[in-house]
Design a protein around this ligand. Structure first.
Ligand code: ADP
Ligand code: MG
Length: 341
């Protein structure tokens, strides 16, 4: 029963996002489908010949990657790594690509993204739904066994120290989106939209040649914050409203952890959206930027120069990098500040 309710709740969220999020031109034949995978509701909108078979191969690909990258499925490669007791594990090219990017973004973000936080995430109950606020002393102890620098990746061989555990939840959906887009392209599709619960990836333009309109949800209520007009881009949001619980005083604890202290990140950002060419890098960056706060994020944006971002701060301001200004329409009454080079 509770499973059904959960699925229904997920479906409602997804519908809300779609209704808010995408402007679908329904005149040309379209194939739309939705399913639950990677712990979220995923929807596909595919135009062109072969649209149905292409969407089906997308779904199989996402489900295949879930089996590989899930930390809880005992058949997954991540599970194998986590139960390796310090022994080297040979992994597929997919797992290698995801870990490799996560380690790169970890380095670039000064450790804000850290895939070894699983024991901490678990302690908060985010893996099971049995939430609790852990003792600082317990978190400190767990953080002794968390450090992305301890993950060794050589070719396809991963070594993780004993008692360490990884979790690719911050990056897996981005990679799955990239692979889904690849599958569509292989079947000759040139116009499609993949929505993996908060990660939107667009292929080409809409069938009429105009850009996709992707809405970003307000972190404060169910309204649209803004609309971004894009083609061939990934738009990935990390928000404090996506997975959280509240204590008896109504204080909110969300699922993005600051590796500095093991508590939910609280550096002034309530929602971080990253726009770029690849879902994997955008997903890694959106989580990292959420943890880093806006000053460090601005610095990273200037250094890297290959992504754009839209941040919402806890004092209800929107910060937008100048590269997306032309494709951005504010739907809220919040003040917008442009971040310039
Ligand atoms: P979502 O999964 O809602 O799209 P994110 O991409 O930001 O959000 O990933 C959050 C997930 O990543 C958490 O549920 C947790 O499993 C894991 N995680 C939490 N904090 C971190 C962190 N600082 N670095 C890497 N992974 C994290
Ligand atoms: Mg992420």
């Amino acid at each position: 029963m509770s499973k059904i309710i959960k699925a229904f709740a997920l479906l409602l969220t997804a519908l809300a996002v779609t209704a808010c999020g995408t402007d679908l031109n329904t005149a040309p034949p379209v194939y739309q489908t939705g399913f639950i995978s990677m712990d979220t509701y995923i929807s596909l909108t595919v135009y062109g010949e072969n649209r149905e078979s292409a969407a089906k191969s997308c779904q199989s690909e996402i489900e295949r990657l879930e089996e590989l990258l899930s930390a809880t499925d005992s058949d997954s490669e991540v599970y194998k790594i986590n139960s390796s007791e310090g022994m080297p594990v040979t992994v597929s090219d997919d797992t290698k690509a995801v870990i490799s990017q996560a380690l790169l973004t970890a380095e670039e973000s000064g450790g804000a993204l850290d895939i070894t936080l699983r024991p901490v995430v678990k302690e908060w109950g985010f893996t099971t739904g049995e939430y609790k606020v852990p003792d600082s002393a317990v978190l400190e102890k767990l953080l002794e066994k968390a450090d992305y620098k301890a993950v060794q990746l050589k070719e396809n061989i991963v070594s993780l120290p004993k008692d360490f555990q990884i979790d690719l939840g911050a990056v897996a959906k981005g990679y799955a989106g990239d692979k889904a887009i690849e599958k569509l392209k292989e079947r000759g599709i040139t116009s499609a939209l993949v929505n993996l619960g908060g990660n939107v990836q667009t292929l080409g333009a809409k069938p009429d040649g105009t850009s996709w309109n992707v809405a970003v949800k307000s972190p404060f209520d169910e309204s649209c914050l803004c609309v971004l007009r894009v083609q061939n881009k990934a738009i990935v949001t990390s928000g404090n409203y996506e997975r959280y619980f509240e204590d008896e005083n109504g204080k909110r604890y969300h699922h993005i952890i600051d590796p500095a202290d093991g508590f939910p990140a609280d550096n002034g950002i309530v929602s971080a959206t990253v726009i770029g060419d690849k879902g994997l890098t955008c997903d890694a960056l959106s989580t990292a930027i959420f943890v880093m706060g806006s000053d460090k994020a601005e610095k990273l944006w200037r250094e890297k120069g290959d992504f754009e971002m839209l941040l919402v701060t806890d004092d209800k301001k929107i910060l937008v990098t100048e590269g997306i200004l032309d494709s951005f329409s504010n739907s809220s009454n919040m003040e917008v500040t442009v971040i310039k080079k």
